[in-house]
Design a binder for this molecule. Structure first.
Ligand code: GLU
Length: 449
């Protein structure tokens, strides 16, 4: 069974980039009836906040991509401790004593010599006595994972194809700080093992982390850390960029609240993000099952996916125009029934706009000015109005015969008198909603104005 996870740190709200990662993991799991885990990466107690955990859950629920299971790293510290001990005993984790400044200096020197800034493993070369001396001085070590430099790292990436890394070109990553707190690398690997994650799908900014984590999986398997000895399949998707092709600050803060305020439907975000950056066309597909059918990592391209607000608006409008009454009825103004929705639906870009048009039915409407000629015409209209199956077409057909008016001269004064506007929803649908009494009153009032 497919198990995927989305692993945000609750240090802020979700933005469109991580919404996309969450969605793709949800789709990957749900395409084959698998499990989508929300893993809260909250080992950083100082920066993690409960309000963000709640906001993440609420945003995922609004998007319709709620987790099948939730896990929290802060509840699993004993597992990280156990993994740490296993790897330390196996000689894969070692203490290091350099200060930030010392490391910075080493980096500067390497860069100055035109060398890549790879950690020189000075701490690995320390003897027992030298370590003891450091600790006697009161220096608490931080801890690094020792990469196996003999073992080339490779995997078949679900998006990027064959990946190869030379471990000698990577620094032994720090896995734990001197104060005992955890960095991201090891806990994430431990979680993927314990939670049976079969597919890790994340942004391409994690590619080199994957190289390191693959060695962590192997090291933990060798250290008999857990019974399961599976390494997940990895896939790294190209990052999301703004229309202009750059990583923008705006995208980093664009989240569900902003979408909601703009009248964007969750289905529109899902339809857009499901296809953006793939070889499939972006289409206004509100049916999740249909999107799932075509979801396939092999369609993902390696070029950055371009997020364009205008494209989202287009998808949104198309989705609103196809929305069935049942899906929207609880959000409509009081008294607006199915006929009302159908009358105004083609005229709105967002559901929130229906109120403006519904006002034309409930009134009061604006009083416009008419010429003498039009006032006489409207008096004739009021006298001619008959209420049947299709009052608008009956009225206009009769007036056409009686007055010889046609086109704009026939229709516009009527629309203006009946709605107070020059344009708007189809009058054939609107007039029955306005009703006989109000329609007659509006025509008579315009005629007498
Ligand atoms: N918390 C990590 C992040 O936000 C998770 C990365 C991962 O998917 O492993 O980048």
């Amino acid at each position: 069974m497919t198990v995927t996870r989305f692993a945000p740190s609750p240090t802020g709200r979700l933005h469109v980039g991580n919404i996309r990662t969450a969605l793709h993991n949800w789709m990957l799991a749900h395409k084959s009836g698998g499990t989508f885990i929300l893993r809260i990466d909250d080992t950083d107690a100082e920066r993690s906040r409960e309000e963000y955990v709640e906001a993440i859950r609420a945003d995922l629920a609004w998007l319709g991509i709620a987790a099948d299971r939730e896990e929290r790293q802060s509840a699993r510290l004993d597992r990280y401790e156990a993994a740490f001990e296993n790897l330390r005993e196996a000689g894969r984790i070692y203490p290091a004593y350099e200060t930030q400044q010392e490391l910075e200096l080493k980096r500067k020197i390497q860069l100055g010599r035109g060398l890549p800034p790879i950690y020189d493993r000075a701490a690995l070369a320390l003897s027992e006595e030298q370590r003891a001396a450091k600790e006697a001085e009161g220096i608490q070590p931080h801890w690094r994972f020792r990469l196996d430099q003999e073992e080339p790292i490779g995997w078949e990436d679900g998006v990027r194809g064959t990946q190869k890394f030379d471990p000698a070109q990577l620094s032994d990553p720090v896995v734990r700080r001197a104060d005992g707190s955890w960095l991201y690398m090891l806990p994430s690997t431990v979680d993927d093992i314990d939670m049976g994650v079969t597919q890790v799908l994340r942004g391409e900014d994690h590619v080199s982390n994957t190289a390191v984590q693959i060695q962590m999986f192997t090291a933990l398997h060798a250290a008999q850390f857990a019974a399961a000895k599976q390494v997940p399949d990895f896939a790294h998707e190209a990052l999301l960029v703004g229309k202009e092709g750059k990583l923008s600050k705006r995208l980093g803060s664009l989240g569900c609240d902003a979408f909601r305020e703009r009248g964007i439907e969750p289905e529109a975000i899902v339809a857009l993000l499901a296809r953006l950056g793939t070889s499939l066309p972006v289409e206004p597909i509100a049916d999740r099952a249909k999107l799932l059918e075509t979801f396939d990592l092999s369609t993902f391209g390696r070029a950055p996916a371009k997020f364009d607000d205008a494209e989202l608006d287009r998808v949104n409008t198309a989705i609103v125009h196809a929305m069935p009454f049942d899906a929207v009825k609880h959000r409509l103004p009081e008294g607006m029934d199915e006929a009302g929705w159908h009358a105004v639906q083609p005229n709105v870009a967002t559901v929130g706009e229906v109120g403006e048009w519904w006002r034309l039915v409930t009134g009061p409407i604006e009083q416009l000015e008419f010429s003498d000629e039009d006032r006489a015409y409207l008096a004739e209209a009021a006298a001619t109005l008959e209420w049947g199956e299709d009052p608008w077409h009956a009225l206009t057909a009769a007036l056409k015969d009686m007055t010889g008016r046609k086109g704009k001269a026939l229709f516009l004064p009527l629309r203006q008198a009946l709605t107070g506007m020059d344009h708007g929803p189809d009058m054939g649908e609107l007039l029955p909603l306005i009703g006989e009494e109000a329609a007659r009153r509006r025509l008579e009032r315009a005629a007498a104005s």
